[in-house]
Structures are given as C-alpha cells and as structure tokens.
Design a protein around this ligand. Structure first.
Ligand code: TMP
Ligand code: ASP
Length: 237
C-alpha cells in the first residue's frame, strides 16, 4: 500500500490517499486539541495509544456485527481504512450527565441517564459544532431521514457493546461521539475513531476521569490515563 497525498488534516489525525482509490490512511498524531482548537498540545505517545486503542474497539464492534471503516493497522500510528463519504453530523450518546449537557441544562454532573440520550451536532469548527435536530440535517442536506435513523440505531448498538466492555474493565462509559460515512455501496458505516479523545470514561468506584477531560480541565496525567484505560481493557501498546 503506497501513501500518496494529504487529503485532510484534522485536529488530531491526518488523512492520506493511497494508490487504491477505495482506501485511505489515517495517521493518529500526538496533537491534542480542546475548545475547537483553542488549546493544543503535543502529548508524547498519544497518537500511538489512540491508534491501537481505536483498532481494538473497532475490532470489538466488527465482532458484534457493526460495519466499521477500519481495515488494518499499518504502523504504530497509522491505519488503513475504507474510503467513506463522511456525513458531517456527530452522534453523541450520554449514559451519565457531563460536559455540554450539564452546562446547557444545568443538570447535575454524574446523574445517570436512563434511557441514554441521543444528540446530533453539526461538524463545523467555525460554528463551534452547534447542536442540531433531524429536521435541520434533512432540510440542509447533511443526511437523509433514513440515514439518520440508521445512525441512531447503530449508535445505540455501539453503546450496548461498549458500555458492557468498559463496565467489565471497571469503568463507566459516560458519553461518546461517533461519525458515520457512506461506502461505495451506499451503506452507512461507522467511520473516524473511538478513543479517549472522543468519549468520557470514569473509574466505576472513584469516578476518576480517564479521558480527554483531563486535558480540557488541566488535570494532568492525560497520557497516563489513556494508558490505564488501554491496560485495563487488555490493549497491547
Ligand atoms: P460534550 O459534552 O462537549 O457535548 O461532548 C460529548 C461527547 O462527545 C464527549 O465524550 C466528547 C465528545 N466530543 C467530541 O469527541 N468531539 C467534539 O467536537 C465534541 C463537541 C464532543
Ligand atoms: N475535539 C474538539 C477540539 O479540538 C472539541 C473537544 O474535544 O473539546 O477542539
């Protein structure tokens, strides 16, 4: 597989084209960003950890029958993925109240949410990823009603699989964000990544934060927390 040109540089990953038009390379960088790129730091080893972590999670989801973009690991920080036409809508599921939900609604952090909530955000840094609803997504052509229904169903299935996986390893899956794309056959496929950069994970007993909130809130020990999560799940780094 030959790496060609840079297609897109995100805040934490770079996407490259390859000699196969149906395959792209995701490069997980050490860059760690919060508040729409307002706070950015290089955290040693983070790219490698997230690459391996993401592959571990995507393999679990594939095993549960959920189609993902991931093809195979190429190196410590690079993964070959199927090319998707990405839908610019972020799907967020919450099992416990935290982050923007607490700020927006004034509810108590840590309150259990049953059933889990489901929210949509427009992927647009310049607008600070505003919350949207299904009618916005449909009327502005970001996704069809059918695609949204499938994304919601798939997100719920991902939540069931991962809640159990983290629970077995002594952690609460507080919330997470997923992105989907459409493959060459028109099928909705889980894309992007799943890592502690895009979810919240708390220790079940102490509720210690083990995710990117350590970076957002300046708590320190960011990479150490990511390593602890990986180690608890049995991801070999
Ligand atoms: P929020 O509480 O800031 O709305 O975030 C909810 C979850 O989604 C949290 O696990 C972090 C994740 N997320 C991202 O991964 N990228 C984003 O741009 C945003 C806004 C949230
Ligand atoms: N990933 C987004 C950023 O870099 C938002 C966040 O995670 O806080 O700014």
């Amino acid at each position: 597989m030959e790496k060609r040109t840079e297609l897109y540089r995100g805040k934490a990953k770079t996407v490259y084209t390859t000699d196969d038009p149906e395959r792209l390379i995701l490069h997980f960088r050490n860059d760690t960003s919060a508040f729409d790129g307002e706070k950015v730091e290089q955290l040693e080893r983070k790219g490698m950890i997230n690459n391996k972590f993401n592959n571990f999670i995507m393999a679990k989801l594939e095993a549960a029958g959920i189609a993902t973009q991931t093809d195979k690991v190429l190196s410590e920080t690079e993964t070959l993925v199927k090319r998707l036409d990405m839908i610019p809508v972020e799907c967020v599921v919450r099992n416990y109240a935290a982050g923007s939900l607490v700020r927006r609604l004034g509810v108590t952090e840590g309150q259990e949410l049953t059933p889990a909530t489901f929210e949509l955000f427009l992927k647009d840094d310049a607008l600070h990823d505003p919350m949207i609803n299904e009618s916005h997504a449909v009327v502005f052509g970001w996704a069809t009603a059918e695609q949204l229904a499938q994304m919601k169903t798939l997100t719920g299935r991902v939540n069931e699989v991962l809640k159990q996986l983290f629970d077995d390893a002594g952690m609460l899956l507080v919330d997470f964000k997923l992105e989907f794309g459409v493959d060459a056959n028109g099928t909705i496929v889980l894309g992007d990544e799943f890592s502690p950069d895009g979810c919240r994970l708390w220790d079940k007993e102490t509720r210690k934060k083990l995710d990117k909130d350590r970076f957002r809130q300046g708590l320190g020990g960011v990479v150490e927390a990511y390593e602890e999560v990986a180690q608890r799940l049995g991801v070999s780094l």
